[in-house]
Design a protein around this ligand. Structure first.
Ligand code: CU
Length: 286
C-alpha cells in the first residue's frame, strides 16, 4: 500500500486534475489516502493561490503533504519567512480541545511541505496552513483530517472561559472574554507568575506572543501578535536597538473587526525555561 500510494507521480497527476477542475476534490484510492483542496480561511483576506493537501493515515498518525499553486497553476517555490518559519501549521481537534502549532519541513525543489501529525482516530482535525508566498501576501487554507474510524460525539463548548487561565507556573489573563463584534479594538493580555507580573518571558518565534482565533461556526482564522506595553519607552531610555521582539508580562492585542460569534483563542508565549505555553480561551463577540 505504501508503494502504491506514495508515488509523487500519482500525487502530481491528481493535483493537476484538481486544478483543472477548479473544484474541491476528495479522492481516496485506499481508505488511508486523501487529497483535498484547501478552503480559504483567512478572515478579511482573499484567496490568490490554490492549496492542495495529500494526507496519509496509519495507526493514529497522519502525514500531510501540502503543495500550493500560483495564479498560472505553477507550483509555488518561493515563500517569505514569516515569524522565522515558511509555514505555520495550526492543527485543532474538532471539539477544539487540542491545539498544535507546527512548522512543516519544506522541500524547495518540489514545493512540498511535509508534516506528521499525531491524531486521535475518532476525531476530525482542522488544519490551517498559514504561509506568505513571495509577492502575494498572507494566505491561509483549511483542510480537514479524518480517517475512517467512527467519529465520537464532539460537543463544542461555547461557554465563555474565565478571563484568567492557569498554565502552570504561569497564569494568562485577558482584559475581557466578551468583546464587541465588527469593530477594531484592543484586548489586554497579561501573564503572571506566583501572583506577580511574570518577569522571565522570552520572545517566541520573533514575537512577544502568538494569538490564534478561530470562529467555531465558520472556522475562519486570524493570527495576531501582541505589542508589549511600555516596551518602546524602555528601549528608548536604554538607547538600544532591538534585535528581537521584546516579551513582557503586560501585552495588548490589537484586534481587527471580527464578525459576531464564539471564538476559540489560543495564546502562546515562551517561558523563562524556554518552554512554549499555550493558554486556551473561549470568547464571545457580540
Ligand atoms: Cu504567530
Amino acid at each position: 500500500m505504501e508503494g502504491r500510494t506514495r508515488g509523487g507521480v500519482t500525487f502530481a497527476a491528481v493535483a493537476s486534475a484538481a486544478l483543472l477542475a477548479f473544484c474541491a476534490l476528495s479522492v481516496a484510492w485506499a481508505s488511508v489516502v486523501r487529497v483535498q483542496n484547501g478552503a480559504f480561511a483567512l478572515l478579511g483576506g482573499t484567496p490568490k493561490i490554490t492549496s492542495l493537501a495529500r494526507s496519509t493515515f496509519s495507526e493514529g498518525n497522519a502525514t500531510l503533504v501540502i503543495r500550493q499553486f500560483g495564479p498560472e497553476r505553477k507550483i509555488l517555490l518561493d515563500y517569505d519567512m514569516d515569524m522565522e518559519k515558511l509555514m505555520h501549521l495550526i492543527v485543532v481537534r474538532d471539539d477544539f480541545a487540542e491545539f498544535m502549532h507546527l512548522h512543516p519541513a519544506f522541500d524547495a525543489t518540489t514545493g512540498a511541505f511535509t508534516q506528521a501529525i499525531k491524531k486521535n482516530p475518532y476525531h476530525r482535525y482542522y488544519v490551517y496552513a498559514d504561509t506568505t508566498p513571495r509577492g502575494i501576501g498572507q494566505q491561509v487554507f483549511r483542510f480537514t483530517l479524518a480517517n475512517d474510524e467512527p467519529l465520537t460525539a464532539f460537543p463544542v463548548s461555547i461557554a465563555l472561559s474565565n478571563a484568567s487561565v492557569a498554565v502552570a507556573p504561569y497564569t494568562a489573563s485577558l482584559g475581557a472574554t466578551t468583546l464587541r463584534a465588527n469593530q477594531a479594538q484592543s484586548l489586554a493580555f497579561n501573564v503572571s507568575r506566583n501572583g506577580a507580573p511574570a518577569s522571565d518571558l522570552r520572545p517566541y518565534l520573533g514575537a512577544a506572543a502568538h494569538a490564534v482565533f478561530i470562529n467555531v461556526a465558520t472556522l475562519q482564522y486570524v493570527h495576531l501578535h501582541p505589542t508589549v506595553k511600555g516596551a518602546g519607552a524602555m528601549q528608548m531610555n536604554a538607547g538600544m536597538a532591538m534585535a528581537h521582539a521584546a516579551a513582557g508580562p503586560a501585552m495588548q492585542l490589537n484586534l481587527p473587526a471580527l464578525p459576531a460569534g464564539t471564538y476559540k483563542l489560543w495564546l502562546q508565549f515562551r517561558g523563562g525555561d524556554d518552554r512554549v505555553y499555550t493558554a486556551p480561551f473561549t470568547l464571545l463577540l457580540r
